[in-house]
Design a protein around this ligand. Structure first.
Ligand SMILES: Nc1ncnc2c1ncn2[C@@H]1O[C@H](COP(=O)(O)OP(=O)(O)OP(=O)(O)O)[C@@H](O)[C@H]1O
Ligand SMILES: [Mg+2]
Length: 258
C-alpha cells in the first residue's frame, strides 16, 4: 500500500518584489508502507520544503498529495491538524521544542493534545527515553540541554504517538556516531516491525545507507533515485559514488558561473 503519494507538486516562494522563486518543481514521489526513504541534496535544494509540504505543514501551489489515500489539500485546517497528530511524526531540522515546557512535557504534547495522556502505557515514555538516552534530562528545559539532547527529545516526541509515517529532517545532524546508530536502528525497527513509513532528509552517507531507497534533489527537482540491492555496506558505496558525482557537477557548474 502507498502511504504517501506526491504527484506533480510545485511550490513557489513569493519574493518582496513579486518575483516567484520556484523551490519545488514537479515533484513525484511515492512511499509504500514499510519503506524507508532518504532524501539527499545540497543546501538550498528544497529538502526541508519538500518534507514540510509532504507533511501538510506548508502549503503548495500545484499538484496533489495523498497520505494513506487522504488528499491533504482538500482537508480543512482543523481536520488537517488532527490528521497530522494521529498519523504523522515530524522531526524538525531546528527541533521546534517549546521553550516554556520541560523536555518531558514537550514529548507528551501530542498525547496531551489528543487527551490520550491517561491511556498511554506507563512505561512507553520511559522506554523511549532510555533508548534515546535522555532519562536524565526529562525535567530540564530546552535551553538547559545540548543540541544533540534536544534532537533526541524531538525524535522522542515524533514517535511517542506511534505515527504511521515519520518525516525526519536531518535527525542525526547533531548526534555522535553511537547516538546516530541507535536512532537509525530504531527507525529500522519501526519500519520493519510496525510498517511505519519513514522519509528522512540527510547529508550523511552513513545515515542514508540505512534507507531502502535514496532520492537526490537538485534545485527543486528529483534528479536521481537509487535503490538498495544488497546490504547496507554495498548501498553506502553506491550512495558515496552518487554524492561524489553530484559534487563534481556542482563544482563544474560553479566554475562556469565565475
Ligand atoms: N520562507 C521562505 N521564503 C522564501 N524562500 C524560502 C523560504 N524557505 C526556504 N526558502 C528558499 O527555498 C530554497 C529551499 O530551501 P530549503 O530550506 O527547503 O532547503 P534545504 O535543501 O532544506 O537546505 P539545507 O540543507 O540547508 O537545510 C532555498 O533557496 C531557500 O532560500
Ligand atoms: Mg533543510
Amino acid at each position: 500500500m502507498n502511504i504517501l503519494e506526491i504527484k506533480n507538486v510545485c511550490k513557489n516562494y513569493k519574493a518582496e518584489k513579486g518575483i516567484n522563486t520556484k523551490v519545488l518543481k514537479n515533484i513525484n514521489l511515492t512511499v509504500k508502507d514499510n519503506e524507508f526513504v532518504g532524501i539527499m541534496g545540497s543546501s538550498g535544494s528544497g529538502k526541508t520544503t519538500l518534507l514540510n509540504v509532504a507533511a501538510g505543514i506548508d502549503s503548495f501551489d500545484d499538484g496533489k498529495i495523498n497520505i494513506y489515500g487522504n488528499d491533504i489539500s482538500k482537508m480543512k485546517r482543523n481536520e488537517l491538524s488532527l490528521f497530522r497528530r494521529n498519523n504523522i511524526g515530524m522531526v524538525f531540522q531546528d527541533f521546534n521544542l517549546i521553550s516554556s515546557l520541560s523536555i518531558k512535557e514537550n514529548i507528551l504534547v501530542p498525547l496531551i493534545l489528543d487527551k490520550k495522556y491517561e491511556i498511554i502505557q506507563g512505561d512507553s515514555i520511559d522506554k523511549l527515553a532510555k533508548l534515546l538516552d535522555i532519562e536524565e534530562i526529562m525535567n530540564k528545559y530546552p535551553y538547559e540541554i545540548s543540541g544533540g539532547q534536544q534532537q533526541r527529545a524531538a525524535i522522542c516526541r515524533a514517535i511517542i504517538n506511534s505515527p504511521k509515517i515519520i518525516f525526519a529532517d536531518e535527525p542525526t545532524g547533531n548526534l555522535d556516531s553511537s547516538s546516530s546508530e541507535k536512532v537509525l536502528e530504531y527507525f529500522k525497527l519501526l519500519h520493519s516491525e510496525y510498517n511505519t513509513g519513514i522519509v528522512m532528509v540527510t547529508h550523511e552517507i552513513f545515515s542514508a545507507s540505512y534507507c531502502d531507497r535514496v532520492v537526490f534533489l537538485k534545485d527543486g527537482v528529483i534528479i536521481k533515485e537509487i535503490i538498495k540491492k544488497k546490504d547496507r555496506f554495498e548501498f553506502f558505496n553506491c550512495i558515496m559514488k552518487e554524492v561524489q558525482a553530484f559534487s563534481m557537477i556542482d563544482k563544474r557548474r560553479k566554475s562556469n558561473e565565475v
